[in-house]
Design a protein around this ligand. Structure first.
Ligand code: NCD
Length: 317
């Protein structure tokens, strides 16, 4: 699937459209509980473990992989951040990964920054590595669960128009959609302030939100990724007032609000990968808009990750 020697899932470069469709059909079968010939419960009582190494913060992705593992009967072993691990004693990330791999888990789910090279480390291991968010490079399971959400609503991703609004330049979710849309045949357009948009994007770029919403069938807001900006600004700093006014200005121009979402079709859907900064990129009342699929995305994440782990362990990807 990836260029690494093991059966890892790090990006979409070499995975075929057919394999993704098979994965989605496994997710459907798990959802509909039509497990008769697939036996998603075959790992129960197998004694298998899956290691979840989250070197960066996470709620949804970490607990979703944990739920997916547990439902398959694979015991999830978690390492969350530095605290309490030997990273505090100066052990490197790579040594941490190699040592956990030596305990023979069935897979390693890893979330990390750019300071670990998932492709390089996967070449040193035979255990599959699953990318759970790697720096700005990609977050393929998030893109998969988003695409699964689009497919469930429209019947197919083919021909749909995904609008990604906000801090696209620093978003690994957007980076993975740029790869996945080519496989599944949906179009991606972006919209946001100039400094948040990638310079090398070859697709449609909207300067303002109204025509962008009118164009799209699925509109996704992104969190401003302050932690990945080179000059950090924090609301607690001396620039508190200007940050607050910048965020308010951002909301007025690019935030998803009840008033600007009148420009989005009643048949379209609203998405966000989470975590949401309510009142900045998306207002709280938008969460009760019938078009909003934010919690469905989370539920679909478990199905897609369960299907992915099953497929990798069974050699079906
Ligand atoms: C995203 C991430 O970590 O890249 N969150 C997620 O996994 N659901 C998006 C974000 O942090 O803004």
């Amino acid at each position: 699937m990836s260029s690494s020697s093991s059966n890892s899932f790090i990006h979409f470069k070499t995975i075929t459209n057919e394999k993704i469709k098979t994965l989605f059909s496994f997710a459907d079968q798990i959802r509909l509980n039509s497990d008769s010939h697939l036996s998603f419960s075959k790992f129960k009582s197998s004694g298998k473990t899956g290691a979840l190494l989250f070197f960066e913060a996470s709620t949804r992705t970490r607990m979703s992989f944990e739920t997916a593992s547990a439902r398959l009967g694979i015991y999830p072993l978690r390492l969350d951040g530095k605290a309490g691990s030997s990273l505090e004693k100066g052990e490197t990330l790579e040594d941490t990964v190699l040592n956990v791999a030596a305990m023979d888990p069935s897979f390693l789910v890893i979330r990390c920054g750019d300071d670990l090279d998932l492709e390089e480390i996967s070449k040193k291991l035979t255990v599959p590595i699953l990318n759970a968010g790697w720096g700005k490079k990609g977050h393929p399971t998030q893109a998969l669960l988003d695409a699964y959400t689009i497919r469930r609503h429209f019947g197919s991703c083919e021909g749909q128009r995904l609008l990604i609004v906000g801090d696209v330049r620093h978003s690994r979710v957007a980076a993975s959609h740029f790869e996945l849309c080519q496989k599944l045949g949906y179009e991606v357009a972006i919209c946001g302030p100039q400094e948040f948009l990638p310079q090398d994007f070859s697709g449609k770029v909207f300067e303002s939100l109204t025509p962008a919403l009118e164009w799209s069938t699925a509109a996704m807001a992104l969190r401003v990724q302050f932690e990945r900006h080179s000059t950090k600004s924090s609301p607690a700093s001396s620039t508190e007032v200007s940050v607050e006014s910048a965020l308010n200005n951002y909301r007025l121009q690019y935030g998803f609000t009840k008033s600007n979402l009148v420009h989005l079709s009643s048949q379209a859907i609203i998405m966000h990968p989470g975590p949401i900064n309510q009142g900045t990129e998306l207002d709280s009342e938008v969460l009760s808009d019938p078009r909003c699929k934010v919690l469905d995305q989370v539920s679909h994440g478990v199905l897609v990750r369960q299907a992915l782990i099953y497929s990798i362990l069974e050699g079906k990807l």
